[in-house]
Design a protein around this ligand. Structure first.
Ligand SMILES: Cc1ncc(COP(=O)(O)O)c(C=O)c1O
Length: 394
């Protein structure tokens, strides 16, 4: 029987046959089942900004309820362009260089499908946000992994250099990084930029945590000399405005790349929700006070989480950005990461994501688990109280 016949019998296309259920979403279900505090999935349990909620309601009542222009409402695209000019000194043409998508997730998938051919290689830092692997598979591309090495999650420049070949089409640059909390330095971004130009490779970024940082600036690789023309900058509103359910993200790229991205996006989803785009434009116009305040609140959350992990005996690198800690539990337990996460959920009442789900080979993440601390201080304090029992429970 051919591979296709076998897959037909299983009613699964070959391209989807290796996909597993998202472990992150699965852990949320397990958390609910056991009444655990959910530090697994990266969604905030606090409200998003009121002016944006009001704007969304006003848009719905004002009958902004039909399809927006497929690549994004003009107001949102203009607001995005204005923000990139004022925050990053980057000129973006809202008419030709922005595609608003249903989240950074759809933007990433659309970009892979639009720009990467089957057989081409895409460099991905490992551990990685779990969608990049499936995105590569959907595009028929081959992911090539470069390790971010514990304990501080830096990459070895020589390993990165060795990953670039004539087959490399793209590199995914996610900073601030999920799941490690790393923020790439200016030097690291410069090396990536240099290699992209040397090997004629495009950078596909995921900058969804750009405003959640505890140390260091955010470096937008598209603003590096020679990179604007070979970079797709992806970001979104989910994390910045605590509205993961709104599904608003975008890809910024030169017009030649934006044209195919828009076509793929159109066929995938037609467009992101129109009334929410109207409200998104209000948020994108917030000034730096909003972002500074948000970062300050996240610093408090991070500090609560770090103290709780210290107390419980986890080893970790304090995050420089994003809202995750990838913590090593090998001094607490010999269990494998999935077993450990299930144990922690059921016995201690705190849900995390097993490290294996961020690696190409599960054993690489065998002794780490990811805590998401995008939660109210009160939620984190309750989690800390439970985690204080870890040593007694083992
Ligand atoms: C690195 C990274 N990219 C993208 C996303 C999803 O973004 P969106 O909600 O815009 O699809 C997440 C969500 O956790 C993430 O961690």
């Amino acid at each position: 029987m051919t591979e296709i016949q076998q897959s037909r019998r299983a009613s699964t296309a070959i391209r989807a046959s290796t996909f597993t259920e998202s472990v992150i979403r699965e852990m949320t279900r397990v958390a609910n089942q056991y009444g655990a505090i959910n530090l697994a999935q990266g969604f905030p349990d606090f409200p998003m900004p009121e002016p944006m909620k009001d704007a969304a309601c006003a848009a719905i009542h004002g009958d902004v309820n039909q399809y927006a222009i497929t690549w994004g409402s003009p107001a949102l695209r203009v607001a995005i362009a204005n923000k990139y000019r004022s925050f990053y000194g980057m000129e973006v043409d809202p008419e030709r260089e922005i595609t608003v998508c249903c989240g950074a997730t759809e933007a990433m998938a659309a970009v892979f499908l639009a720009l990467v051919d089957p057989g081409e290689e895409v460099i991905v830092f490992e551990p990685f946000y779990e969608n990049y692997g499936p995105d590569a598979i959907l595009a028929g591309a081959k992911p090539v992994f470069v390790p971010l090495e514990s304990p501080d999650w830096h990459f070895d420049p020589d390993k990165l250099r060795a990953a670039f070949t004539n087959k490399t089409r793209a590199i995914v640059v996610n900073t601030p990084h999920n799941p490690t909390g790393r923020v790439f330095t200016r030097e690291e971004i410069s090396l990536i930029a240099e290699l992209c130009q040397k090997w004629d490779v495009i950078a596909i970024t995921d900058e969804i945590y750009e405003h959640i940082r505890y140390a260091g600036g955010h470096h937008v690789i598209a603003t590096w000399p020679g990179m604007r023309e070979r970079t797709v900058t992806i970001s979104g509103l989910s994390k910045t405005f605590s509205c993961t359910g709104w599904r608003l993200g975008y890809a910024i790229a030169p017009a030649e790349m934006t044209s195919p991205i828009r076509k793929v996006h159109d066929f995938l989803t037609v467009g992101a929700p129109a009334p929410l785009q109207a409200a998104g434009a209000i948020g994108m116009a917030f000034d730096s006070d909003y972002y500074n305040h948000m970062a300050m609140e996240y610093r408090v959350r991070r500090d609560i989480m770090c103290s709780a992990l210290d107390e419980a005996g986890f080893k970790y690198a304090p995050p420089e950005g994003a809202y995750y800690i990838l913590a090593d539990f090998s001094e607490i337990s010999d269990l494998e990461s999935r077993e450990f996460a299930l144990w922690l959920t059921k016995e201690v009442g705190v849900a995390t994501v097993p490290g294996m789900s961020f690696y190409s080979r599960p054993e690489l993440g065998g002794s780490v688990t990811r805590f998401a601390f995008c939660k109210k201080a009160d939620t984190l304090q309750r989690a800390a109280e439970r985690l204080a029992q870890v040593k007694a429970t083992v």
